[in-house]
Design a protein around this ligand. Structure first.
Ligand SMILES: Cc1ncc(C[n+]2csc(CCOP(=O)(O)OP(=O)(O)O)c2C)c(N)n1
Ligand SMILES: [Mg+2]
Length: 883
């Protein structure tokens, strides 16, 4: 049944009148209560009402609910027009000078009003008494953000001229928001679609965590995330919506720029993206504010007595709406209003030209202001503003609403003049065709206006602060028990890390700044005792009696809990890591995240986030637990990580370590913390930890620096003829191989422990580069060369990672270099069998060493044959890579 086949119109009318009365006499709250009560009653009597998360395709805020506009609309329009012009000019110029350099005009063209209203009236800067809002700018809108910063005097012509030309001598502007490249400007990296929305949710939640734990005050700062409607298709974009509503994050506002288009074409040609998003967000418990129609439409909706217009807007799909933008007034009259005589009559007093110009919601400052105003005052739920806009707004035939608009970056003279006219830019024809940047004079109304507005709101945006309150790291002796070794006791590196975390969190000076983050794997890592000691952060506290409350180590949730237990959610956990790891900048408070997870579900699952973390200069520790392709034995192919170190090595600000002993962990973590909070370095440490139990020796003397640099000596005779390198859990196979080499073959190798192949390579590469470009100077020596004294004997390495990880250093190790590694898909079996299968165990180490010596002419090759026989190595065994 709908409006048009109502069997009893009079009865319907009576119900509507009752509601009308309720609205007039008692207002919205009471009316909503009455309707909900009626629905409950009908359902209790068996009426099965369809679940509907949608409201009509109308603005959420009615005209009579709109506040007065507090700004000078004329001045704001002029400023906005010039921002539009400069943003466009920046992209057009860049592509004229360097064809193919790229850039985007159309995204910002659609979002200009959304930003202008926010910059003038809402977004707080770092000097605001309540502190800075966090703003995730839509990546592709960056030209507009630069253009506004230019108008406020933060950039000069050279900056804008060098958009996307960062390597020019005078510096340039990065293509997208990259804090790594513009550390005083951008705060958040947003251009990999989908990461922004998820990171914004976790930033908002982390803000609450800091407040609930008493680490900072609640000054009602907000997190704003400006997003594309196409971007919302990324699973990450909607993946954490329920966390935001469950946690009542009313400090969070999404602003979705619904231009109905993505890169190739419509986001939802056959339906309506705004309605779909409304359903998803309302279903997830968000407050949804739709801004679809501009003020020009108010009168039409008011005159829509029979709901003919309402029916028509419900019926059209986004594909139609886009066509109307492109085709113009006459087409709109014929194809949209032409559906019925009643509709045609509604617009008979409006000319085609005016019809075409009837503003839609996201381009109407009044509607946009009302939405922001409601959003920032809404309590108890996060808010999403769904603002309908036009992609390429103002470009006319050059791209407005067209399928090619996303990639439009060149305008011809005619198109430039059209744009100039469209936005009344005060430039002559000759001037305009050169696409110059336009700047208001310091005395102009506009300059004063925009400066004052920003001053009142606390200064410029975007703006990245880097002024954390200093903190000092305790002495390494707090980890003394780890430095002393475990004696007879067998433990895993994971267990020793958990011990370290326990000690660290108890430390008076730094303990409360540690943020342990776990995606539902604490028991796997033996971290469950920390639940009781530190508490699991829960904004609601603990509203139930946990099933294990009679035990000492029960599952304790608490409002001031320290652990972020994220559930089975690696993307969310890494977002928490990023929030904690950027706290030094966002909140001026050093926090040190320790995110421990199943190693296999780290880099290969969320590397894009880790890359963004690097871009945002996040600091902290990533701990790949149960790592090592043969060390994690029973879990098999999808669980056994033998390659995360490859990814880590390729991520510039990650220092990656594969550790064998407790003292190495203590040394690395201690050093890393000092770099992060004392030296203010933007580093992320990645440590792989394993679950194999063995005894840990005490720390040898004077190796701390070498452990940090990546290589230290375990044992060496005067002049070894061969060297063995071990790493992480395979160090013990190397030690066993060394014993057998001596016992069975009379060869005593030098033994070294590699804590980081990637750090060794970076150091060697830097040295190599320096030597290359300083041919006239005394060559420098890498750590590898220093330690190995340029002794050109063969080296055999065994690690629990693919060979490329250890091969990284091959070119820099003096003498022949042989890498054993775990290439191929994993298997379930015992560690012993797996290490044999992957040919990384002690016997293959010996075989490789003996063959290497034979190749050097130091032994007969028949010795290698003897090795095969002695240790039952089967020449018919299939290869782990191909089998
Ligand atoms: C993860 C990822 N995939 C693809 C892209 C390439 N890309 C950049 S913009 C864009 C379309 C964006 O559409 P929308 O989110 O609707 O933004 P609009 O420009 O329409 O405002 C695409 C596919 C990207 N930046 N990130
Ligand atoms: Mg879009």
């Amino acid at each position: 049944m709908n409006l048009y086949n109502d069997p009893d119109i009079q009865e319907t009318q009576e119900w509507i009148e009752s509601i009308e009365d309720a609205l007039e006499e008692h207002g919205y709250e009471r009316t909503r209560y009455l309707l909900e009560t009626l629905i409950d009653f009908a359902e209790s009597k068996g009426a099965r009402l369809p679940f509907n998360t949608n409201t009509p395709f109308l603005n959420t805020i009615l005209p009579e609910q709109q506040p007065d506009y507090p700004g000078d609309r004329e001045t704001e329009r002029t400023i906005k027009s010039i921002v539009r012009w400069n943003a466009m000019a920046m992209v057009v110029k860049a592509n004229k000078e360097a064809p193919g350099i790229g850039g985007h005009i159309s995204t910002f063209a659609s979002a200009a009003t959304l930003y202008e209203v926010a910059f003038n009236h809402f977004l707080k800067g770092h000097n605001h008494p309540s502190g800075q809002d966090m703003v995730f700018f839509q990546g592709h809108a960056s030209p507009g953000i630069y253009a506004r910063a230019f108008l406020s005097g933060r950039f000069n012509d050279a900056h804008l001229n060098n958009f996307r030309r960062e390597l020019t001598d005078s510096g340039g502007l990065s293509s997208y928001p990259h804090p790594y490249l513009m550390p005083d400007f951008w705060q958040f990296a947003t251009v990999s679609m989908g990461l922004g929305p998820m990171m914004a949710i976790y930033q908002a939640r982390f803000m609450r965590y800091m407040i609930d734990r008493g680490l900072m005050e609640n000054t009602r700062r907000k997190v704003f995330a400006y997003l594309g409607d196409g971007e919302m298709d990324e699973p990450e974009s909607t993946g954490a919506l329920t966390l935001a509503s469950r946690e009542h994050l009313d400090n969070l506002i999404f602003v979705i720029n619904c231009n109905l288009q993505r890169l190739d074409g419509p986001v939802r040609g056959n339906s309506k993206i705004i309605q779909e998003l409304e359903g998803a967000f309302r279903g997830a418990g968000w407050n949804v504010i739709k801004v679809i129609w501009g003020s020009d439409w108010d009168e039409l909706f008011e005159s829509d007595q029979n709901k003919a217009l309402l029916e028509r807007i419900e019926e059209v799909v986004d594909g139609d709406l886009l066509k109307y933008v492109v085709e113009g007034g006459a087409y709109i009259r014929e194809h949209f209003f032409g559906k019925s005589p009643e509709l045609l009559k509604m617009v008979e007093h409006i000319s085609d030209e005016k019809l075409e110009k009837m503003k839609i919601g996201g381009h109407d400052p009044l509607k946009v202001y009302a939405a922001y105003n409601e959003a920032i005052n809404h309590k108890g739920e996060p808010t999403v503003i769904l603002a309908r806009t036009i992609k390429g707004y103002g470009l006319g035939e050059a791209g407005e609403g067209r399928n090619i608009t996303h990639n439009q970056k060149k305008l011809n003279e005619e198109e430039l003049l059209y744009f100039r006219d469209r936005f009344n830019v005060p430039l002559s024809d000759d001037e305009a065709t050169q696409a110059p940047f336009y700047r208001f004079s310091d005395e102009s109304n506009e300059y004063k206006y925009l400066s004052e507005k920003r001053k009142k709101l606390g200064g410029p945006l975007p703006f990245r602060v880097n002024k954390p309150t200093p903190v000092s790291v305790p002495k390494i002796s707090i980890f003394q028990e780890m430095l002393d070794g475990t004696g007879e006791r067998s433990i895993s590196t994971t267990m020793s890390f958990v011990r370290l975390l326990t000690i660290l969190t108890k430390d008076k000076s730094i303990g409360k700044r540690i943020v342990p983050i776990i995606p539902d794997e604490a028991r796997t890592f033996g971290m469950d005792p920390l639940f009781r000691q530190l508490g699991i952060y829960a904004s609601a506290g603990q509203l139930y009696d946990p099933v294990d409350s009679d035990q000492f180590l029960y599952y304790k949730e608490a409002k001031n809990g320290q652990i972020l237990e994220e559930g089975i959610n690696e993307a969310g956990s890494i977002s928490s890591f990023i929030a904690a790891g950027t706290s030094y900048s966002n909140h001026g408070i050093h926090m040190i995240p320790f995110y421990i997870y199943y190693s296999m579900f780290g880099f290969q699952r969320v590397w894009d986030f880790i890359w963004a973390a690097g871009d945002m200069r996040a600091r902290g520790f990533l701990l790949g637990g149960t790592a090592g392709r043969t060390t994690l034995n029973g879990e098999g192919l999808q669980h056994q990580d033998g390659h995360s170190h490859l990814a880590a090595a390729a991520t510039p600000n990650i220092k990656a370590y594969d550790l064998a002993y407790a003292y190495e962990i203590a040394t690395i973590v201690h050093h890393g913390m000092k770099e992060m909070v004392q030296d203010n370095k933007d580093v992320i440490y990645y440590l792989t930890l394993e679950n194999e139990n063995y005894t840990h020796p005490p720390m040898p003397d004077n190796v701390a620096e070498d452990i940090i640099k990546g290589l230290y000596k375990i044992h060496s005779t005067e002049n070894p003829t061969i060297r063995l390198f071990g790493s992480g859990p395979l160090m013990r196979e190397v030690l066993a191989a060394a014993d057998l080499l001596k016992k069975d073959w009379g060869i005593e190798p030098g033994i070294w422990n590699v804590t980081s192949f990637s750090e060794l390579r970076r150091d060697a590469e830097e040295v190599e580069r320096w030597n290359l470009i300083h041919p006239d100077k005394e060559p420098r020596q890498s750590h590898l060369e220093c330690k190995l004294s340029n002794n050109r004997v063969p080296t055999v390495t065994s690690s629990d990672y693919v060979k490329m990880v250890s091969e990284q250093i091959g070119p820099y190790v003096p003498g022949p270099y042989y890498a054993l590694g775990t290439d191929g898909f994993g298997r379930s079996d015992t560690r012993e069998n797996l290490r044999h299968f992957f040919e990384v165990d002690r016997y293959y180490i010996i075989l490789t060493a003996i063959r290497a010596l034979a190749l050097e002419g130091q032994l007969e090759m028949s010795k290698a044959d003897e090795v095969m026989k002695k240790y039952n190595l089967n020449p018919e065994k299939s290869s782990p890579i191909t089998v």
